[in-house]
Design a protein around this ligand. Structure first.
Ligand code: UGA
Length: 434
């Protein structure tokens, strides 16, 4: 099938590449000429494991191309995906100007039936707004479909190729058939394509992310409780996760959720609720608790150093908001860095992928190491913020000989508590005893 994808950000690029992989002919459109040139020359603009190989293959086999020419890209396309940014506006609600602007441009160009799919995370009612733009600007028949993405950064290719489910919001039989045909190769294992109306589909995306953010936040609070009552959150997590109604996944406490999705979507859902005069109070609590959790480690450090962090040197492992990405949006590391710098501490950071992005924001206010052990030289403590696999089984003897003191603040519970105590470390993790 001939497909156009408008917007080559993270979602657009993964969507376009993975749709090409099953034999579709995909044209991706972006206004950024330099980016388009680079992609056509085979340069990937983002880091996402497993995407590169599909990207090269599909460009080479001419099923995937990039252009700045919207008219050309959509000319023969049956389905047009809108994967455009919806940044939070000043009041916390999603800014739809890119999505509605693209709809207007498309309306001015089309001459035959199209399915236009909103792939970006958009507030309930957006499909109706997009439909209104088409009604106003063209007489050509268009079906507007909501098809939220549930990709996780770091495993996006797997999530796209073998989704737990595909959610499609449309009330048009014609659009439904096309979407069914398009997604059939991805749900061969029997996972469902769930068809529903547009508004339910739009809300499903916010509900999923907000539920997961709430689940994590609940566990963070249980972890904080564990520390106060002498319990171990790892045990509690296993104890409750074995109940199929609760489930094992997404129960890991830490330094708060970050990234480009959870913080934005929880805020946007709370805002949409307030617009219809509904007080979605659990979401306000989730946001407040998460804000605090991001610097829970700094609180622990203040206590340990009796309020005096000035001049102390700290090694920080992990800057990305989670492993397998260079994304630092809303990353807890940034909040920890700011809080520590404010107290007059020195930081040497290491991350396998995200250093360049942090440099752009923090410049030389902190130092950067080229490997994890270099960051530890003369450090008063090690702070672990992101659970990269590389940090899971380090050489503890090297750690010990590089550091000034055997002190670890672990925001991701990477190590066995008893082993650390036996090795003589002061080891302060989340929801476990020290
Ligand atoms: C999230 C959702 O998981 C995807 O399904 C969704 O498509 C995506 O947002 C989106 O809306 O585009 P993502 O932001 O890539 O994906 O990352 P997650 O793996 O979900 O992690 C989010 C945050 O939660 C991270 O900061 C992570 O460290 C934290 N987390 C996750 C925990 O603290 N504990 C857990 O048990 C799991």
């Amino acid at each position: 099938m001939k497909i156009a994808v408008v917007g080559t950000g993270y979602v657009g690029l993964v969507t376009g590449t993975c749709l090409a992989e099953t034999g579709n002919d995909v044209s991706c459109v972006d206004i950024n000429e330099e980016k388009v040139d680079k992609m056509n020359r085979g340069q990937m603009p983002i880091y996402e494991p497993g995407l590169e190989i599909l990207f090269y293959r599909n460009i080479a086999q001419k099923r995937l191309d990039f252009t700045t020419n919207l008219a050309e890209a959509i000319k023969d396309a049956k389905i047009i995906f809108l994967a455009l940014p919806t940044p939070p506006g000043g009041d916390g609600s999603a800014d739809l100007s890119y999505v509605l602007g693209a709809a207007k441009d498309i309306a001015g160009l089309i001459t035959d039936y199209k399915v236009v799919v909103t792939k970006s995370t958009v507030p309930v009612g957006t499909a109706d707004k997009v439909k209104a733009v088409f009604r106003e600007h063209t007489n050509v028949e268009v079906d507007v479909v909501s098809n939220p993405e549930f990709l996780r950064e770091g495993v996006a290719v797997e999530d796209f190729m073998k989704p737990d489910r595909v959610v499609v919001g449309t009330q048009s039989e014609r659009a439904r058939k096309l979407m069914d045909e398009l997604y059939a190769p991805y749900v061969r294992s029997g996972n469902p394509i769930i068809f529903m109306d547009e508004r339910s589909s739009e809300l499903t995306k916010y509900a999923a992310n907000s539920f997961l953010a709430t689940k994590i936040t609940f566990m963070n609070e249980i972890a904080n409780m564990c520390e106060l009552v002498g319990a171990d959150v790892d045990m509690v997590r296993r104890g409750i996760g074995a109940d199929a109604r609760i489930g094992k996944r997404f129960l890991f406490p830490g330094v708060g959720y970050g990234g480009s999705c959870f913080p934005k979507d929880v805020q946007a859902l709370a805002k949409s609720a307030s617009e219809v005069n509904y007080d979605f109070s659990i979401l306000n609590s989730v946001m407040a608790v998460n804000e605090k959790q991001k610097t829970v480690i700094v609180e622990k450090m203040r206590k340990y150093y009796k309020g005096d962090l000035k001049g102390k040197k700290f090694a920080l492992w992990g800057l990305a908001f989670k492993p397998e990405t260079d994304d630092i949006r809303e990353a807890p590391s940034l909040y920890i860095i700011d809080a520590l710098l404010k107290e007059g501490a020195e930081i040497v950071a290491y991350d396998p992928e995200a250093i360049e992005n942090v440099k752009k924001l923090k410049g030389d206010t902190i130092a950067y190491a080229s490997d994890p052990y270099e960051a530890l030289e003369g450090a008063d403590a090690l702070i672990i913020v992101t659970e990269w696999s590389l940090f899971r089984t380090p050489d503890f003897e090297r750690i010990e000989s590089a550091m000034k003191a055997k002190v670890i603040f672990d925001g991701r519970n990477l190590y066995d508590l008893h082993r650390m105590i036996d090795c003589g470390f002061y080891y302060n993790s989340i929801g476990r005893q020290t």
